[in-house]
Design a protein around this ligand. Sequence first.
Ligand code: HEM
Length: 513
Amino acid sequence: LLVEATASVAEPKRSSANLKTKCSDLNCYLQKLNNFKFSIKQILVGIVVILCTIALHQQYVISQKKGALPGPSFVPPFVGMLFQLIFTPFTFYEKQEKYGPISWTSVMNFFVLFVSDAETTRQVFKEENAKLYLSLGAKKILTEKAIPFIEGAAHRQLRKQLLPLFTIRALASYLPIQESIISENIKEWIKKGNVNARIGCRDLNMAISTGVFVGKNTPSHIQEEIAKNFFLMNEGFLCLPIDLPGTTLRKAINARVRLVELFTDIIDNSRLRMGKGEKPQSLIDLWVEYFLSCPEDLRDELSNDTIIFTLLSFMFASQDALTSSLVWVCYLMAEHPNVLKKVREEQFRLRPNNEELDLDTMRQANYTRQVVNEILRFRPPAVMVPHMNIEDIIIGDNVTVPKGTMILPSIWSAHFQDNGFQDPYTFDPERFNAERKEEVTCAKNFLVFGAGPHYCLGKELAKNQIEVFLTKLAMSADWDHHKTPGGDEIIFGPTIFPKDGCNISLRERKYTA
Ligand code: HEM
C-alpha cells in the first residue's frame, strides 16, 4: 500500500515539472494542484501512515520519559487516559494508586506523573519549579494578573497585601452576611419543599460571595448581573480553548470584561465611602480602608486592577469548591442522622435561644467543627491540583521529573492512604476529637487546602461558611434525601458532587436539640 501511495505522489511531480515552464500565475498553481489526484484509498492510507507514525513517536517519547517508573502497560494514543480521568476518575485513581506512590500515565499526549502519597504530594505543592496548571481557558479568562498565575516575589508581596482581608476582625465582619444569606435561602428552600442541593447551594454561594466581597448594600440588580456574568465566566474554565465569536470561551471572556466594569464602579464607590471614614461593609471596603490607613510612604500601590483580578480569583477559587462542600453537608448529614443529632445537641446547648452566631461561640462548638473537618477530609472538593514543572525536579525517592511534565498530586489519595487517617473510608468526625486528634497525628495527610506558596487563602472563610450552613440547616430544617438510580456515584466537575446533585425535600423544624 505504501509503495502504491508513494508511486502516485511521484507521478504528478513529473507532470507538474512540465507545467512549471509554461505558467507562473495563480491559475497555474491551482492547475498544478489539480494534477495531484489521489484515490480515496490512497488518501486514507496516507492518513493511517501519518497517524501511526505520530502514535509510534508518542510511545517512543513516553518510553524515554517514564524510564523505570511504574504505570499502565498500554495507553491509547492521542487521548491517552483522558476519558477515564473525566468519566471514571475514581477507578482511574485506584488503578494509578496500585502502581505505587509515583506512577506515570499519559493524558492528551501529555506525559503525566500521578502522585498518590501524602509526603510527595506536599513536596509537589511546595516545589517552586512546579507551577499550578489551570486550564488554558482559565488563563485566557483570568489573565496572568490573577493570583494563581503570579509567582516569586510579586506573589509573596500580593499575599502579604491580602492578609488584612482574612484576620479575625475581617472574618467576624463577614459572618453576619454569611449567616443572614444562608438563613434567607434555607427559608426559601423550605417554602419550595424540594431542592436539588447542587443548584440550590450554587446560587446560595453566589449570593454569599457577592454579599461578602462587594457588600450586601450593593443594589440587587448589580448583584444579579455579577452572578449572571460569573456563571458565564465559570463555564469557560473547562471548555475547549477556542476563542472565536460565539464560543463558550469568548462568552466567558466577555463576561469577565463586564465584571471588570462592574467591579470598577464598586471600588470607586468604596474609595469614596472609606475616604469619608464610613464603616466597612465588605471585603473590598476592608481592603480600601486598610490601604488608606497605611502611612503614605509605606503604602503599596493598590490599583483597581489588583483588587479586581484578586476578586475574580477569589470567586473562581471559592465558588465550585464551596458548592461541593455544602452539597456534601446535605448528603452526609442525611446519611448519618446520629452525627446530625449530636450537632443539634451541641448547638442547642451553646445557643439555647437561637442567638446569632459569632466566632467565639463557633470556636466552642467543637463537635460541629469536627464534622466540618470530616466533611472536608471525606469529600475534598478539589481531588487533585494539576502542576507543571518549569525545570527538571527531583521528587519522592529520587525520581527525576523532566521539565514540562504534568504532575497530578492527588489530595484524594492522601486522604485515603493506608498509613494515614485511621479507617479512612469511614465517615467519622470523632477522629478529630481531643483524644484521637487525627488533625495533628495525620496532619501530613490533610491536604484539602493544598500546601506551599499557593496554599488556600480562603481556608478560614470557607470553613466558617460550611459551619454556618451546617448549623443553620441542622437547626431550622429536617430534610430527606431522595436517591435516584446511580445518583450516588461521585462525579468530577471539576470539584466533586454526587451525580444527581442530591435531591432533598425540606420541612421547617422547631428550634430544639
Ligand atoms: C471548601 C472550600 C475550598 C477549598 C477546598 C479550597 C482549596 C484550595 C486549594 C487546594 C488550593 C491550591 C493550594 C495549593 O496550590 O497549595 C486553593 C488555592 C486558593 N484558594 Fe481555595 N479553597 C476553598 C475555598 C476558597 C475560598 C472561599 C477562597 C476565597 C477567598 C479561596 C481562595 C483561594 C485562592 C486565592 C487560592 C490561590 C492562592 C495563591 O495562588 O496564592 N479558596 N484553594
